[in-house]
Design a protein around this ligand. Structure first.
Ligand SMILES: N[C@@H](CCC[C@H](N)C(=O)O)C(=O)O
Length: 281
């Protein structure tokens, strides 16, 4: 089975190209494939599986599966890699590029130099702030400064959805955080009926934050695009930053703007790692 491995700031994905497949989704068990292909020892290794599919309403359709086989609505780092992949395959029909995702049809702008995609800006749409739509058990819109308890310790969080749910917690200093224990406990906390991604944020200045992420269905990753967007929205809602922010992640920087049109714009890279044939069928 042919595959391409790509990464956006170290958030890595196995790509399967099903753009010309007429069987489409029906024949393949993507959740099981995701678990096998993403396995770091027995498979190719990745935080997720991305399937490139045809679309009737956009240039192409992206499905993403976490390494545990669950299917989230969206993936910010994945969609930048996806854009580069379909550009290189000559599959773009529109400008801006349109990609159908579980979070709707998103518009993407490609930065191209000498025929090579140097970076991608994604219009991530409007953040979802209503508790019942995120979803989080809580009141109101937005959900700011709500308390969550993990093994007797209380944390204050802000909840934001970028199509997928995020729980954002501001910390003074990462060294005092028991990330490996608190991250998974919040991911599966009963306050989040569809589980959640968890972002811990340190504010460096009104234009720069540092983020550590525990992803739903994948655990610790080097970057999360939707998480960076949700974290900037949370930082602005909490009056901690301005509207244009650099997000420092373990895998590199993302540039996020929450525009006055209420849309969130994410700019960053998408890169190839290698192509190959998976023989583990
Ligand atoms: N790494 C991604 C998000 C992938 C999905 C996430 N784990 C979820 O379950 O919602 C990104 O870059 O946004």
């Amino acid at each position: 089975m042919e595959f391409t491995k790509m990464q956006g700031l170290g958030n890595d994905f196995v790509f399967l190209d099903r753009i010309s497949s007429s069987a489409e989704d029906s024949a393949e068990d993507y959740p099981q494939l995701a678990r096998k292909l993403c396995h770091r020892q027995f498979g190719i290794g990745g935080d997720g599986l991305i399937v490139v599919l045809p679309s009737k309403v956009a240039d192409a359709r992206m499905r993403i599966f976490n390494s545990d086989g669950s299917e989230p609505e969206m993936c910010g780092n994945g969609i930048r890699c996806f854009a580069r992949y379909i550009y290189d395959q000559g599959l773009i029909i529109s400008d801006p590029m349109l990609v159908e995702t579980g979070a709707g049809i998103l518009k993407l702008k490609l930065f191209i130099k000498e025929g090579q995609v140097q970076g991608v800006q994604v219009d991530m749409g409007e953040p979802i702030l209503r508790a019942d739509l995120i979803p989080v058990l809580g009141e109101g819109e937005p959900v700011i400064g709500q308390s969550i308890e993990v093994s007797g310790e209380k944390y204050l969080f802000t909840a934001v959805s970028m199509g997928n749910p995020h729980c954002i917690i501001f910390v003074e200093d990462f060294s005092s955080l028991d990330f490996e224990r608190v991250g998974p406990a919040i991911e599966k906390h009963s306050l989040f009926p569809r589980k959640t991604n968890v972002e811990f944020i340190q504010i460096n200045s009104p234009r720069e934050i540092t983020m550590k992420v525990w992803e739903r269905g994948a655990g610790p990753t080097l970057a999360c695009g939707t998480g960076a967007c949700a974290s900037v929205v949370a930082s602005i809602l909490n009056n901690r930053t301005e509207r244009i922010v650099t997000v420092q992640l373990p895998g590199g920087d993302l540039f996020i703007e929450w525009g006055l049109d209420n849309h969130v714009y994410m700019t960053g890279p998408g890169n190839y790692v290698f192509k190959g044939n998976w023989l583990g069928l």
